[in-house]
Design a protein around this ligand. Structure first.
Ligand SMILES: *[C@@H]1O[C@H](CO)[C@@H](O)[C@H](O)[C@H]1NC(C)=O
Length: 341
């Protein structure tokens, strides 16, 4: 082969690799050709906008103020918990928001666990939730509540983590336990997490290429167990990855979530201290025994390591229980807001 041919082939390969690895720029909300801005937004410290949605009683009448953090592939419209009867009865004002890159919130290419906690704090300030408010998060949103306990605990009245996603690389896990759980996942998920953890620059390519199966959650083939399948059939496709959530593109929403959630963390939740030593608030962790996405064995280990976290385990519940089960929703709210067991 002549040098010329080699140079041409190499240039061709680099051009292909560049296109395959580089995500397209996000379709910003409000930009020409981008999605419209329909709901209210606040402007954050670095100029980004955060879209939010208010539920429950008006803020002026509220006894309790809560910020709700949504899961993977979802948006501010995921706030089934706000449909509990207790919301009116107890006087709850609940704010959900599109996490950066989702829905109508600007992407944050520098997004971390910490930056999300600071976004939540700023949202509380801009909406006048007062010096202290509650946070509730579900799934990947539940995992982000660990960040609130680490970085903005002085602003919290209490916290509930519902089926929070675990990071298999948190150092406090005995490696036998986390390794065993890791290899119980589908091989395609082991690979998706490996790429997210070890080679984040390849995340876009990995989750868009056609040679190997991508993350089962992204491809809609997640390991949902019987209780979850019942909920999914009841609500149909409205429960899945909604178009609204990723309307600005999958990279700064879904793919960024994988990098943040399964990347290297600045802290290990299992080494957090109790933020409420005087009992002025409480922290609750909810998990279902039939959760096929987040292994219950790891959640039990976390609960054992953190005796100040009140652990609630539901026997016939999967990963999606809070989207349906009325009594579970009420129990989450009651235990968090009144300390009732
Ligand atoms: C699916 O979920 C069940 C129930 O939690 C679990 O026993 C099993 O290991 C999971 N399978 C995969 C491939 O994640």
């Amino acid at each position: 082969m002549s040098l010329k041919v080699i140079v041409v082939l190499l240039a061709g390969f680099l051009a292909w690799a560049y296109l395959a690895f580089c995500p397209p720029p996000p379709r910003l909300c409000g930009s020409i050709g981008g999605p419209a801005i329909e709901g209210p937004r606040i402007k954050l410290r670095d100029g980004r906008h955060l879209a939010y949605k208010e539920h429950g009683v008006p803020i002026e009448r509220a006894n309790y103020k809560i910020i709700y953090v949504h899961g993977f592939g979802s948006s501010k419209h995921e706030a089934a918990i706000a449909r509990s009867e207790l919301v009116e009865k107890m006087g709850i004002h609940l704010v959900s928001f599109d996490r950066p890159g989702y829905g109508e919130s600007d992407p944050d290419p520098k997004r971390t666990i910490k930056s999300t906690a600071l976004d939540i704090e700023e949202l509380g300030d801009k909406l006048g939730l007062g010096p202290k408010f509650y946070v509730i998060g579900s799934s990947m949103g539940g995992q982000l509540v660990w960040g609130c306990l680490k970085y903005i605990s002085h602003r919290l009245a209490g916290a509930a983590l519902i089926v929070p996603v675990v990071n298999y690389w948190w150092p406090s896990f005995p490696s036998s336990l986390s390794t065993e759980a890791y290899y119980q996942q589908f091989p395609q998920d082991q690979w998706a997490l490996r790429v997210a953890h070890h080679a984040p620059t390849m995340v876009y390519w990995w989750n868009t290429q056609k040679w190997f199966p991508p993350s089962s959650v992204i491809s809609g083939k997640a390991n949902f167990t019987a209780p979850d399948l019942r909920i999914l059939s009841k609500y149909g496709s409205s429960m899945g990855i909604r178009d609204y959530a990723k309307q600005q593109g999958a990279y700064e929403s879904l793919h960024r979530d994988l990098m943040v959630s399964f990347g290297k963390w600045e802290f290990d939740p299992m080494s957090l201290d109790n933020p409420f030593v005087g009992g002025e608030g409480s922290v609750h962790l909810w998990h279902g025994v039939e959760d096929g996405l987040v292994p219950v064995a790891l959640q039990r280990y976390i609960a054992k390591k953190l005796p100040w976290v009140q652990y609630h385990e539901l026997s016939n519940a999967g990963h999606l229980f809070v989207h349906d089960d009325t009594s579970a929703k009420d129990a989450v709210l009651k235990s968090l807001l009144t300390g009732d067991k």
